[in-house]
Design a protein around this ligand. Sequence first.
Ligand code: IMP
Ligand code: MG
Length: 181
Amino acid sequence: MCDTEEFDSKIKRVLITEDEIKAKIAEVGAQISREYEGKPLLLVSILKGAFVFMADICRAVTVPCEIGFMCAKSYYNGTSSSGIVKITMDLDQDISKFHVIIVEDIIDTGRTLSDIIKLLKARDPLSLKVVTLLDKPDRRLVDLKADVSLFTIPDYFVIGYGLDCAEIYRNLPYIAEYDAD
Ligand code: IMP
Ligand code: MG
């Protein structure tokens, strides 16, 4: 896995370039800044996948905001969500004082995020929205729609810009289709 030739040969093609990501983030950052002007804003992302997106989107937001990270694991029975989320690292903010935006890397089946939303809603935030970098609607198993989705993609396995395959490729600056076979 640490071999550079193997690293490159599994990358099928670039789906979304660095410039395309940058342009869309500037647009959404401006939209968030307008919408949350004068409001206590907390951006929350779930590690690790969204760390790159979070770093870029928070710098495109021009109004004051706090940043929070969580680590969570979900457990499922078959195809339905058990709703059991185990938090391995929690936020240090009391979210009842904030308008919260979950900054997510990708919504695939939607199960992880659906559990996180339940958990955060129970903490009574002033409002709760979801901004996702990528959306794979064809794969959805639960009824969940992001408030903002930067890019909608087909059912491809993708890597780069925070997304991994077995923990590798997160550092690529673009999003690429990956040959997972
Ligand atoms: P869920 O199926 O919506 O619960 O997705 C859970 C997590 O799986 C996402 O937050 C990603 O971290 C990961 N994931 C889903 N699809 C992909 C992909 O195409 N590439 C890399 N990670 C993925
Ligand atoms: Mg994720």
